[in-house]
Design a protein around this ligand. Structure first.
Ligand code: ASP
Length: 334
């Protein structure tokens, strides 16, 4: 064995120092150099099935973000349990900016609904920014008997033991809207859960389930094509994409009001520089005329630049966790 020469010692010390830097970088964000980010494609987890409204909004925004960032935002549908499977996978991902999560209002309902939730929506994530806030519509299979929302209310009240309602799992937007609706009508109906309202819509169009409450980003096309019957929109005002559709309030049910906000998240240890890069890119995407037009066609709009920020997003998330926590615990008698 020969003693190490000065060069070898210097190289060894250099390697150790390098390793130290790598380890430090790993502990603060997965080893990526934030200044070089992004160097590779970014996985966007959508916690519901392909073809549904969360998936649709994600793909709209992913396209201009990919162009802006110079890498592909690759959508990955990780569905199940009202969005909690995909959100759990995102929380446990490397905090290096190469896994992001698009989720909706379900991020704020899950803590109250799932006592064994594998993640904390606030502590285990950093917010990137809000994306859009989408109205919901009450729709049914095209041959469902009631013609107007008033008829629908009476029909569901009289046939509560046989009608079926689709939703995307506990805590999903369709589940919350469905609960608001059935509570306002004073009935309980058989709920049929899916891994997203994409597959639920397929079954609704096929006539296997009676009705559903879902975002306009999934329902507008089917309504205008006459593939489903539409009764009402859950916003205070009618919406431009569906001008003939009355509001729930107009039809005598002012308590059924709900819109579905969406936001982008990264795991909590993701470096702030990476979050800032993603926020800037999100803002570019939301100002893109194609995105604005696509959203308008589906009854929604991008949020303002001030809302597409971590600060506004965190504020809303925390407020909504409190609001939904109270509503859910009151509905569970707590
Ligand atoms: N619209 C669904 C929900 O009810 C989710 C989806 O499929 O995007 O939460």
């Amino acid at each position: 064995m020969t003693p190490a020469g000065p060069r070898k010692v210097a190289a060894y010390i250099g390697a150790l120092a390098g390793l130290g830097l790598i380890l430090a970088a790993c502990s603060s964000g997965g080893g990526a150099d934030p200044a070089e980010y992004p160097e590779d494609n970014i996985e966007v987890i959508v916690p519901f099935s392909a073809g549904g409204p969360t998936d649709t909004v994600t793909r709209m925004v992913a396209e201009p973000m990919s162009q802006d960032l110079g890498v592909q935002m690759v959508v990955q549908n990780v569905d199940g349990a009202g969005g909690t499977v995909g959100a759990g996978q995102a929380a446990a991902a490397e905090p290096d900016g190469y896994t992001v999560l698009m989720h909706h209002i379900g991020m704020s309902t899950a803590p109250a609904l799932y006592p064994d939730l594998a993640y904390d929506p606030v502590a285990d994530f950093k917010t990137v920014g809000l994306v859009t806030e989408v109205p919901m519509t009450i729709i049914a299979r095209s041959d469902f008997e009631p013609e107007t929302f008033e008829d629908f209310v009476t029909y569901v009240q009289e046939n509560a033991d046989t009608v079926t309602m689709a939703h995307a799992g506990e805590g999903s937007a369709s589940n919350l809207c469905g609960l608001l609706l059935t509570e306002a009508l004073g009935v309980e109906v058989t709920a049929v859960p899916y891994d997203g309202t994409g597959p639920a819509m397929t079954e609704l169009v096929g006539g296997q389930v009676d009705f559903m409450c879902d975002q306009t980003t999934n329902t507008t096309g089917q309504i205008t094509a006459g593939k489903v019957k539409a009764y009402a929109v859950t916003t205070p005002e009618r919406i431009e994409a569906l001008p003939d559709l009355p509001t729930t309030a107009e039809a005598g049910q002012p308590d059924i009001q709900v819109t579905v906000w969406h936001g982008l998240y990264v795991p909590a240890e993701t470096p702030d520089e990476i979050v800032a890069t993603l926020t800037e890119s999100l803002q570019v995407a939301l100002a893109d005329q194609t995105v604005i037009d696509q959203m308008a066609d589906l009854g929604t709009a991008p949020v303002s630049e001030e809302q597409a920020t971590p600060e506004a997003h965190t504020e809303l998330l925390e407020e909504q966790i409190g609001t939904w926590g109270e509503i859910i615990s009151a509905s569970q008698g707590g």
